[in-house]
Design a protein around this ligand. Structure first.
Ligand code: KG4
Ligand code: ZN
Length: 336
């Protein structure tokens, strides 16, 4: 079964072709980062218009890379939400229309399901059940995953998502957009132990997160320095360590509370080098395994949507002709 996957929920146009037995055959991506950079964040209307420009050429390229013609495609998967409504509408309309024209099924995929299944594209994929840490620009969640579509939320951020905290903190430090990777790079130049940052909500039970206070803490800490490059790097390091430590503490708690020995980390922030290192250390201490997507599949991409769609089509899912675009769509409400 050949499945075309389309991702347009935010500022990346991603397209991929996945085959149930042959694996990933092609993936193409266009990032709108430069388009939004001058505004310091994603401008939804510009995002939608650019998806319209890029999507069909990327589909043609992915099909050519996979050396397939349209008659060989057995299904089309698209991100139906959550995300920016205009951006979602582009991918959903194109995907649904292609499926109709090619007379194959279309399947609406939840963006976060795509993320949490992305590590299954890698060698030695984990079996179900596992604990998934989802850390992206819009979500920070710990989820118990018992199978495709069988998700139980264990905890989530009560305010900023981890990626959002990275981005907002980077912005107030003058690091531009997108700030997360820039802040992470700067942190690598920072000295250890110069500043002490809190580990929010780790002193009480539960698996929820709160990251918005770390922004303010960064601002106040920075104001107490001369604002040199080294000062900024030291603050960035303390900020990154606080976010990562907090996440690691909650992951340890989630593994112990569920008794599970498999941890999956996915979403843009799981590309962060420190988080990958610290979660690998945690897993070895807990005699557990940890699974990440390759860095390029941590952030938004079409491969994870093609993969999730293929699993759903193989399980017999057939959606109606409706073009589905759901800006808000709780992960727990997806069907198994
Ligand atoms: O999953 P993603 O591509 O989009 C959403 O679904 O939100 O995640 C993007 C987020 C952004 O907030 C970005 O700053 C963050 O992931 N990010 C990182 C790193 N790479 C991407 N944050 C920290 N360190 C990184 N290396
Ligand atoms: Zn995402």
């Amino acid at each position: 079964m050949y499945v075309l996957g389309i991702e347009t929920s935010c500022d990346e146009t991603g397209v991929a072709v996945y085959h149930a037995k042959r694996g990933l055959l092609a993936h193409t991506l266009f990032s709108q980062v430069e388009l939004h950079a001058e505004y310091g964040g994603v401008v939804p209307e510009l995002a939608s218009r650019d998806h319209i420009r890029k999507l069909v050429p990327l589909i043609k390229q992915a099909m050519a890379d996979a050396q397939l013609t349209s008659s060989q495609i057995n299904g089309v998967a698209y991100t139906a939400g959550p995300g920016l409504i205009g951006a979602l509408m582009v991918g959903a309309s194109v995907a649904r229309s292609l499926a109709w024209a090619w007379d194959v099924p279309a399947v609406a995929v939840h963006h976060m399901e795509g993320h949490l299944l992305a590590p299954l594209l890698e060698p030695n994929p984990p079996d179900f059940p596992f604990v998934a840490l989802l850390v992206s620009g819009g979500h920070t969640q710990l989820v118990r995953v018992d199978g495709i579509g069988r998700y139980r939320l264990l905890g989530e951020s009560l305010d900023d998502a981890a990626g959002e905290a990275f981005d907002k903190t980077a912005k107030l430090m003058g690091l531009g957009y997108p700030g997360g990777p820039a802040l992470a790079r700067l942190a690598e130049e920072g000295l250890a132990d110069r500043f002490e940052f809190p580990r929010p909500m780790t002193d009480r039970p539960g698996l929820d997160f709160s990251f918005s206070g770390l922004k303010t803490h960064t601002l106040v800490t920075l104001a107490g320095t001369d604002g040199t490059h080294q000062d900024k790097a030291d603050v960035a390091r303390a900020f990154q360590e606080a976010v990562v430590d907090t996440i690691v503490i909650k992951c340890r708690r989630a593994l112990r509370e569920t008794g599970l020995k498999r941890l999956v980390a996915a979403g843009g922030v799981s590309a962060n080098r420190l988080i990958r290192k610290k979660l690998a250390e945690l897993a070895s201490r807990e005699s557990a395994s940890v699974h990440f997507p390759r860095p390029e599949f941590c952030t938004d991409n079409g491969a994870m949507i093609a993969y999730a769609g293929c699993r759903r089509l193989l399980a017999g899912q057939r959606d109606s002709l409706e073009i589905l675009a759901l800006p808000r769509w709780p992960l727990e409400s997806v069907t198994p």
